[in-house]
Design a protein around this ligand. Structure first.
Ligand SMILES: [Zn+2]
Ligand SMILES: [Zn+2]
Ligand SMILES: [Zn+2]
Length: 469
């Protein structure tokens, strides 16, 4: 036998091989009780009837495919509904066109829904909540909604009132909810909803919601498959359009969807941005009120952001800063001088959960905070340290280009002691000063760049090209 190029054993042409019939006979002689049915190929129903396979497969399928599967015949319908706790545990509606209400016509159902509703006396929030409420009602009627414990509504119209229903109504059992880049979401109202959900007089066992993704950007959209030759358009794997192209069998479509989504998930999860030198994590700074909301929710609802723990947030500190959401990821190296920080980095496994942000994408196979916070563990090493802070705590301490930073213990620069003009003057003969007395009157960061490397580099490159220097 020779080994093929991809490691599969191949036979040279004409070699003596066991023929399929021989194989069956050998098999028959060893298993005397074999039935003719046992020789039938494994069907999709066989596979999905295994609850472990269904549990691992279902999250990779768009809800439309699951519902189509249930429509195939009674056996599949029974399978999907009897195993609803597996099939619908993870529900991603973010790519379901009928869940959206954008500026453009979305589908015939959406248009008729809109024209019908526009005449009625609806509030704006009721209007924008309509599509999601419709889907939720349908899933509730089919007894599937109660099984959803991870719900992804990224980029959809999600008024705060819909979040209130998901958190407070009995028909929901959502533990992890993602509403990143949601539209028509009033953040002030959302904060009120959250503060109410965690009020001291709340009923025992509430809120059921344990994790909320709301700050970060939504995960990259999967790319649509290559257009099929001879067709003007082909459906994406999340599309509600009827199947076309070569993959006309349900099994082939499901297989392709599963494969593609698992690849996307793997690529997204390859690096946890909170643990890298990502810099600013959010497209815009969280509005005021969020830090207090995170404080109120501490230990009850976890978010894809945490509060900054820099020493100046201590109420006893001479230059106190009020609670602020940490928005800058500094990477695993810590302060450039001591490799740590006064508040000590957070670490998965030993730090309290409210010191750790939920990581993207939301976990697919579990709906626990632990799974959502678990960072990538590199071969054999322990959980990486997490250095994150708010911008105020990093002012003139952090280089936005190379991510180097100095903590309060290692760099005694006090914000506001020098004017920008004084800084400029000092920098102008920085090289002379450094050459004479290294470390004397040092400035480590100026205009968001570290003086030693990035700022000098900028000055050099700008010197001959009419730049800012
Ligand atoms: Zn230090
Ligand atoms: Zn801070
Ligand atoms: Zn730098």
């Amino acid at each position: 036998m020779t080994s093929g190029p991809i490691g599969i054993c191949t036979e040279p042409p004409g070699a003596s091989v066991v023929k399929p019939e021989d194989d069956v006979q050998t098999h028959m002689s060893t298993i005397s009780t074999i039935t003719p049915e046992a020789r039938m190929p494994t069907t999709l129903l066989d596979l999905l009837s295994n609850s472990l396979v269904l549990r691992q497969t279902a999250p990779y399928l768009p809800v439309s495919s699951l519902l189509k599967l249930a429509c195939t015949n009674k056996t599949f319908r029974d399978l999907v509904s009897c195993q609803a706790h597996e099939s619908f545990r993870y529900l991603d509606l973010s790519m379901v066109t009928s869940a959206n209400i954008g500026g453009e016509p979305i589908d015939s159902g959406g248009i008729s829904w809109r024209s019908k509703r526009m005449d009625e006396a609806l509030t704006e929030d009721e209007f924008y909540a309509g599509p999601l409420r419709g889907i939720m009602s349908r899933l509730a009627r089919q007894n599937m909604l109660e099984h959803v414990s991870t719900m992804i509504l990224d980029g959809l119209s999600v008024p705060a009132d819909v979040v209130r229903e998901i958190i407070s109504e009995d028909r929901f059992n959502v533990r992890i909810l993602s509403i990143r880049e949601a539209k028509h979401l009033n953040e002030r109202l959302l904060m009120q909803v959250l503060n109410y959900a965690v009020r001291p007089s709340r009923p025992a066992g509430t809120p059921k919601l344990k994790g909320l993704y709301v700050f970060g950007p939504m995960d990259p959209r999967p790319t649509p498959p290559e257009p099929t030759i001879g067709r003007r358009r082909s459906p994406t794997r999340y599309s509600d359009s009827p199947p076309s192209g070569v993959m006309t069998s349900l099994g082939a479509q499901i297989g392709a969807e599963w494969h593609k989504k698992s690849q996307d998930t793997y690529l997204c999860k390859a690096e946890d941005k909170w643990y890298q030198k990502t810099g600013r994590m959010f497209k815009r700074t969280p509005i005021s009120g969020w830090a207090e909301t995170l404080q109120a929710c501490e230990g009850l609802i976890h978010f894809d952001a945490v509060l900054c723990r820099g020493p100046r947030h201590d109420s006893q500190h001479s230059s106190y800063i009020k609670p602020t959401v940490a928005s800058v990821a500094l990477g695993p190296d810590g302060c450039a001088k001591c490799g740590s920080c006064p508040e000590q980095p957070a670490r998965f496994g030993s730090s309290p959960p409210h010191h750790l942000p939920l990581l993207s994408p939301p976990p697919i196979h579990a709906s626990s905070i632990r799974a959502a916070q678990l960072p990538q563990l590199r071969d054999g090493s322990g959980p990486p340290p997490l250095f994150i802070r708010c911008e105020e705590c990093l002012k003139q301490r952090w280089c936005e280009r190379c991510s180097i930073w100095w903590d309060e213990d290692c760099y005694s620069h006090t914000p506001g002691t020098r004017t920008e003009l004084q800084n400029m003057e000092l920098l102008q003969d920085w090289q002379t000063v450094q050459a004479a007395e290294p470390g004397k009157d040092e400035i480590k960061v100026h205009m968001g760049l570290c003086v030693e490397k990035c700022l000098v580099g900028e000055m050099m490159s700008g010197a001959g090209s009419g730049g800012m220097w």
